[in-house]
Design a protein around this ligand. Structure first.
Ligand SMILES: [Zn+2]
Length: 249
């Protein structure tokens, strides 16, 4: 990891992709930095990566499972209540923001298609990654066997402590989720649990036809590494936002 960005080695070695996940010094939270701060952050990234994006697109995320296809026709639209974008347009930076949620970068090197998906627990529960892959298949004829997935730093099993009602929701939506749930402590008379949403999303991707060796995760927990990354569970409501960015050159 360099001092400002986390990146994946495999994508660093790819000359047709720019990608990054920002660290704590950089903040994309509209509440904290405003539109001006966001613009500054983008120009900092452009300087650091020595690249000028033709367009920068980020959906207005609301923890939905909705993914949109970005085309020449709709590129100037706002994407409200959308939590992921996919495209084959070049020089367009796709951004998602998070603080503990998973940003999942997708890349099909065969069909030259990229995606950036925000999958917090709600998105994971409602299978946003399935919607993303189905769109890549239907819109761009992508084959999951070729697609690479990169799960950026996010809250991991060690820190994702939840109550029984959430465990029940996951059991309702997934037939075989038990292996990803572990028993936690009793707290104030309530049984706590841990859900491994990263391993769960990896399983969903392999079920969709991904090769195991094409699924990468950072293995960095944003709450454990709250000094390095914004963490909602650690920093609370004033938490900043890290961004994940991917762009096809
Ligand atoms: Zn942790």
């Amino acid at each position: 990891m360099n001092d400002k960005y986390f990146t994946f080695d495999r994508l660093n070695n790819n000359s047709e992709i720019i990608h990054l996940y920002t660290k704590k010094d950089l903040d994309f939270s509209l509440n904290n930095v405003g539109e001006e701060g966001r613009k500054k952050l983008i120009s900092k990234i452009e300087q650091d990566f020595n690249f000028r994006f033709k367009n920068i697109k980020y959906p207005i995320q609301t923890h939905t499972n909705k993914v949109c296809v970005l085309t020449e026709q709709n590129i100037n639209n706002d994407f409200n209540e959308v939590d992921g974008l996919i495209t084959n347009l070049k020089n367009v930076a796709l951004i998602t923001q998070s603080a503990d949620c998973q940003s999942i970068l997708l890349y099909d090197p065969v069909n030259k298609v990229i995606g950036n998906i925000h999958s917090g627990w709600k998105g994971t529960l409602n299978k946003i990654i399935v919607n993303a892959i189905n769109l890549m298949k239907s819109e761009y004829n992508c084959n999951p066997v070729n697609i690479e997935a990169y799960i950026c730093p996010s809250i991991m099993n060690c820190c994702f402590e939840v109550d029984k009602d959430l465990v029940d929701s996951f059991k309702e939506n997934f037939s075989d989720v038990d292996e990803f749930i572990t028993l936690g402590d009793m707290k104030e008379g309530k049984q706590k649990y841990y859900i491994d949403t990263i391993e769960l999303n990896k399983k969903v991707l392999t079920d969709l036809g991904f090769k195991k060796e094409n699924i990468f995760s950072s293995n960095i927990c944003t709450k454990c590494y709250h000094d390095t990354f914004h963490s909602y569970r650690y920093d609370g409501t004033s938490s900043g936002r890290n961004i994940a960015l991917i762009c096809l050159k």
